[in-house]
Design a protein around this ligand. Structure first.
Ligand code: CA
Length: 362
């Protein structure tokens, strides 16, 4: 869980954020503008806003978020007990408020109540086969045996279990598990925490429960899942390229279902049949004009949202601009570089999921 805490009183900010960091990943902002910028850049599970802030006040920030249709839970902290300010805060779209001085336990209780409203944490128990994580007690067990985890190991496991069917990239792990105010760790640091977690899992009989997806990141080993916990429908990638077989061999271990299109002139029909979550297009052929196809899909209400990745041999500005203008979302080099392909595809799919989470359907 990542929180944004916005407070200009340095002593109070330090005190509360230090305490909160035992339970959450916390980014601290000291004025409303910085907070607004961070909220554009990152996904937060909740925000704690002081009302009296420099540049942009807590209530204005709240209004701005709600106007932007951001539904992040907001806890306001106000210095004055004036009833008007409280009403103003709730009218502006805050979910709850506290009056200073506030105690840590009270803040934690209010936060838990707010976070319970999120679909992600209505589950107090996350499971993967015999592995169980109780998110209220911060306890992990495997086949009934308890596992003593550090905070980072716990958060790692929580992240993996919340999205049990995903491949978790190093960069996504860093983003979710580290605060902005500390030096961002290297992949090496992520590896060290995963290694620690694996060692503890091995001790309780869960060897290789966390798998490495080479060049990309980690995922939970599907062989540990209960049959009734079968993965949700895997995401589908449709590829039209001479290198499609090779690409499928790379993407399928990432948990994706790959379909290969062979008839460029029937691509539209194939799209209808496959209903992919992402489309990768190789080089133009006599039967395929990719730019024209991108344009056509962008004007088709059924496919306007579909992420499209083009393979291009030369990253010359003209062809890149032309492809972006036609509606392509991203590019990979042709001939492909395996790690680049996997990262671009997973990135793009993750972005779509984030948008879906934020806006419902897109
Ligand atoms: Ca203040």
């Amino acid at each position: 869980m990542r929180l944004l805490f916005v407070e200009d009183d340095a002593a109070f900010a330090q005190q509360l954020s230090t305490a909160l960091k035992h339970y959450y990943i916390v980014d601290l902002a000291t004025d409303g503008e910085i907070a607004w910028n961070l909220l554009q850049m990152r996904q937060y599970d909740a925000a704690i806003l002081d009302v009296g802030l420099p540049k942009l006040g807590g209530i204005e920030l709240c209004e701005r978020l709600r106007q932007a249709k951001r539904h992040i839970p907001i806890l306001l902290i106000t210095g004055q007990s004036a009833i008007d300010e409280k009403i103003l805060g709730l009218d502006a779209g805050a979910d709850d408020y506290l009056i200073k001085p506030v105690g840590l336990q009270e803040v934690l209780a209010r936060l838990r109540a707010l976070l319970r409203r999120l679909p992600l944490v209505t589950e107090t128990q996350l499971e993967w086969g015999n592995l169980r994580l109780n998110t209220h007690r911060h306890q992990a067990t495997f086949a009934g045996k308890s596992i003593a985890l550090t905070l980072k190991e716990y958060l790692l496991l929580q992240l993996f279990l919340q999205r049990a069917d995903w491949v978790h990239r190093h960069s996504a792990i860093v983003e979710k598990l580290w605060n902005l105010d500390c030096d961002l760790p290297s992949e090496e640091a992520v590896r060290a925490h995963v290694k620690g977690l694996r060692r503890k899992l091995k001790v309780v009989g869960a060897e290789n429960l966390i798998e490495t997806v080479y060049g990309v990141g980690y995922r939970l080993n599907p062989s540990y899942a209960n049959p009734q916990q079968a993965n949700p429908q895997p995401e589908k990638v449709l590829i039209l390229s001479a290198q499609a077989e090779k690409m499928a061999a790379l993407l399928e271990p990432c948990g994706l279902l790959v379909k290969i299109a062979t008839q460029p002139n029937e691509l539209q029909t194939t799209l209808e049949a496959v209903q992919p979550n992402l489309l990768i297009l190789g080089a133009d052929t006599i039967e395929l004009n990719r730019i024209a196809l991108c344009q056509r899909l962008r004007h088709d209400r059924r496919w306007a949202w579909l992420p499209i990745i083009l393979m291009i041999p030369h990253f010359d500005p003209d062809s890149v601009n032309q492809a972006f203008a036609a509606g392509a979302d991203d590019f990979v080099q042709d001939p492909m570089i395996p790690s680049e392909l996997m990262n671009r595809v997973l990135n793009r799919l993750e972005r779509v999921r984030q948008l879906q989470k934020q806006f419902g359907t897109i």
